[in-house]
Design a protein around this ligand. Structure first.
Ligand code: C2E
Ligand code: CA
Ligand code: CA
Length: 706
């Protein structure tokens, strides 16, 4: 029904009505033609003129309305146009005074049609109003919803063309902690954090005053002084003069994202344990400092620091306390230097300190760095109170100075490392400057290490043997001492290559070779009644002894070679027994059960504590050669040698004096109760062939004595 009604209201219907009305009028006029006209002669000219004008006005009005209806597709105008058109036609009926009743009928018909059409117009207008009203309500609702959503999410502010705030939403007030009254009438300066440079805001203003939208991240300050970050979009709105008359700023709170970003960045560049810059940041800072030398010529310094025996702290007190100690050290280090300097942790117990502008010339720079280094050394040496534990650590420091803007950061760290190495070599707890000579030593070490890797496959190692004699100078046994005969460089002392083998881990295969070679020798002697009682002392290095499965390895070698375990002596040094005393004892006990004996080598040079000396299953102490050397020159050394002998006596340990070179030394040692001796006075370490000759000569000597 509705649709039938609607289709009747289409423009076609209006046109049809108009055309029918016009045709009807034409037909009637033609039919009544002359009669009408004659009748009209009697009418007043004025009335005719008025009637014509009125009719014309209607027809013009209708034409305008129909045109408008067509161009704007406006049905109301169209229907109204047709209604006016019909009214215009109706006017024609008055033009002529006629007796013809047809005109009375026509007038009524046209009036009715016109009212009908006006009714349609009214109805259409009403519908349109309802429709528009409904649409307005819907869009109002939509706008409200959008506004609510925007307010819930965004921080909104509207300013005038000068930037004075005219409107803010609740969210703006909440985040900035300012009330609406605080904000309105003021500019955004009120929340300026000072984080951005002036240029930043200049750029913002130049963008929006040109009528463009500005986007950016801004750090603002809330009323309580705290900072917050917003992602801001500022949109300019134009006035009639084409210039921006107000700006709407829509912002989103991105503080937590910014904080997370900052934290991630901090984590990427800082050490998690101490919060100090890490290797990456240290390297960046070092490069910047080096580059700054071009503009500000002066010396800078890199200090590479490492804690002495830090591993012991971790091993004995646990990693948690070790970490605590590192944190405390980081703090003390930071306090020792200026704010502009960098203290970084490279990892483990390694720290780097970059000092800038330590002096204009080398002498001043060296002097200043030395005193800062000394300050650091002293600050770190102060005891640490960690929970119930009080402990002390000392640092070793390697220093390198730089003043050239083209210095290489990695090279400087390497040089500081070389200097650190020599600080450790020189007895730790000190500061050592890098010198070119150190570099040479390092290069040499690298070369030796390269050759050392091939020593076994090239079969360049030999064992020499040095006799150990009793108070009658009878040979009790030998100490096996390794020799390296390099095919090109000749003989290389174990003093030079054993530490290197230790550091590089090569001591494991080399040590195994030494042990096995010495055991083959022992096995060979075991079949000879004259030699089966000879002992063989083998030096064992720390890394070798501490490797897992060392006891099993020794046992295997004994089985493989057929050497007698009770003739084998293993020489350990004091320093290697400090770490993990319990597991050391277990290992020694395992080996002792096989019959193996232990000597404590170089005794007196380390820091043995008597309490654990008693715990260790030892058989022998070897008085270090340095004490024997000085017994006549240095009374304290003589006293130490005497003490060691007394100690050996009381702990029921055999004592061997090493490095005996003269008759006087031997006499003094004999007078003081020493029972065993070793040294050039009796024999140098010799290759096996010469040892055999020596043994044969001894035998022959004995034979003639008897
Ligand atoms: P060490 O175990 O204290 O060996 C004694 C060193 O003193 C040997 O030096 C020996 O030749 C030397 N010596 C012995 N009597 C005298 C003397 O009367 N006067 C002087 N001036 N020196 C004497 P060497 O053979 O050069 O060994 C040096 C160090 O190298 C050894 O000290 C030991 O720590 C290490 N070493 C040598 N051979 C081996 C080995 O096979 N394995 C391990 N791990 N270390 C070894
Ligand atoms: Ca030795
Ligand atoms: Ca020794």
């Amino acid at each position: 029904m509705r649709t039938v009604f609607h289709s009747c209201l289409k423009p076609r219907a209006a046109y049809a009505i108009g055309i029918i009305a016009a045709l009807l009028m034409v037909v009637v006029l033609v039919m009544q033609g002359t009669e009408l006209w004659v009748t009209a002669q009697h009418r007043l000219t004025f009335a005719v003129g008025y009637g014509m004008a009125f009719c014309l006005a209607h027809l013009i009005g209708s034409a305008v309305l129909i045109r408008r209806g067509q161009t704007l597709s406006d049905s109301v105008s169209l229907w109204l146009g047709i209604a006016v058109f019909v009214l215009g036609l109706r006017q024609l009926s008055f033009l002529f005074i006629s007796q013809a009743s047809i005109f009375a009928v026509l007038e009524q018909l046209y009036s009715l049609t016109a009212y009908g059409l006006l009714g349609v117009v009214g109805w259409l207008g009403l519908k349109r109003y309802e429709y528009k009203d409904q649409k307005l309500k819907v869009s109002q609702k939509e706008i409200n919803e959008l506004k609510m959503a925007l307010d819930a999410h965004a921080i909104v502010a509207v300013t005038d063309s000068r930037g004075v705030i005219t409107r803010v939403n609740d969210k703006f007030c909440t985040i900035s902690q300012y009330s609406r009254e605080d904000l309105i009438g003021r500019t955004h300066k009120v929340i300026n954090s000072g984080h951005h440079p002036k240029e930043f805001f200049k750029d913002l203003w130049s963008t929006i005053t040109q009528g463009e939208v500005w986007n950016g991240e801004v750090c603002n300050r809330a009323k309580d002084g705290s900072l917050y970050w917003v992602q801001s979009t500022v949109v300019p709105f134009f006035g009639k003069d084409g210039k921006p008359e107000q700006y709407v700023a829509i912002r989103a709170d991105i503080t937590s994202r910014k904080e997370a970003e900052a934290q991630t960045q901090h984590m990427a560049l800082h050490d998690a344990l101490t919060g100090l810059p890490n290797r990456r940041l240290m390297n960046d800072r070092l490069i910047t400092t080096i580059q700054s030398k071009e503009r500000y010529p002066s010396f800078g310094a890199v200090l590479l620091m490492d804690l002495d025996h830090f591993k012991e702290v971790n091993d004995t007190l646990g990693h948690a306390l070790g970490d605590e100690l590192l944190r405390e050290i980081a703090q003390r280090l930071t306090q020792c230097v200026r704010k502009v300097d960098t203290v970084a942790r490279l990892g483990g117990d390694e720290f780097v300190i970059i000092l800038d502008r330590v002096g204009a010339d080398l002498t001043a720079a060296t002097q200043n760095t030395k005193s800062i280094g000394e300050k650091i050394r002293q600050a770190l040496a102060e005891p640490y109170q960690l929970g119930i534990h009080q402990l002390s650590v000392t640092p070793s420091l390697g220093v390198v100075l730089f003043d050239a803007s083209d210095d290489d950061s990695e090279e400087l760290i390497k040089q500081a490392d070389i200097a650190l190495y020599s600080a450790k070599e020189a007895g730790r707890n000190q500061l050592c400057f890098f010198e070119a000579i150190l570099q040479e030593e390092t290069n040499e070490r690298a070369l030796v290490l390269q050759e050392l890797r091939k020593v076994l496959e090239r079969d360049e190692l030999k064992l020499f043997y040095q006799p150990v004699v009793d108070d009658q100078q009878n040979i009790l046994g030998f100490e096996a001492l390794v020799r390296w005969f390099h095919h090109e460089y000749g003989s290389i002392s174990p003093i030079d290559f054993i530490p290197l083998a230790e550091q590089s881990g090569l001591i494991i295969p080399i040590g195994a070779w030494i042990l096995e070679t010495a055991c083959w020798q022992l096995a060979q002697w075991s079949t000879d009644p004259e030699r089966q009682n000879l002992t063989m002392a083998v030096n064992v290095s720390a890394r070798q002894f501490n490797q897992a499965g060392f006891a099993e390895q020794v046992q295997e070698i004994l089985i493989r070679t057929g050497a007698r375990a009770d003739r084998l002596r293993l020489e350990l040094t004091e320093s290697m027994l400090h770490d993990n005393i319990e597991s050391t004892i277990v290992k020694m006990e395992t080996l002792r059960k096989l019959g193996i004996r232990f000597s404590l080598d170089d005794f007196g040079t380390g820091y043995s504590s008597l309490s654990y000396l008693k715990l260790l299953p030892l058989n022998q102490l070897k008085i270090d050669k340095s004490f024997v050397d000085d017994i006549f020159e240095d009374p304290s050394h003589a006293a130490i040698a005497r003490t060691i002998m007394a100690l050996g006596n009381s702990l029921d340990l055999n004592v061997v004096a090493e490095g005996v070179e003269t008759q006087q030394q031997l006499d003094w040692l004999l007078d003081n109760g020493c029972q065993s001796f070793q040294g050039y006075f009796f024999s140098h370490p010799l290759p096996i062939a010469e040892i055999e000759t020596l043994l044969r000569a001894k035998q022959a000597g004995h034979a003639t004595e008897h």
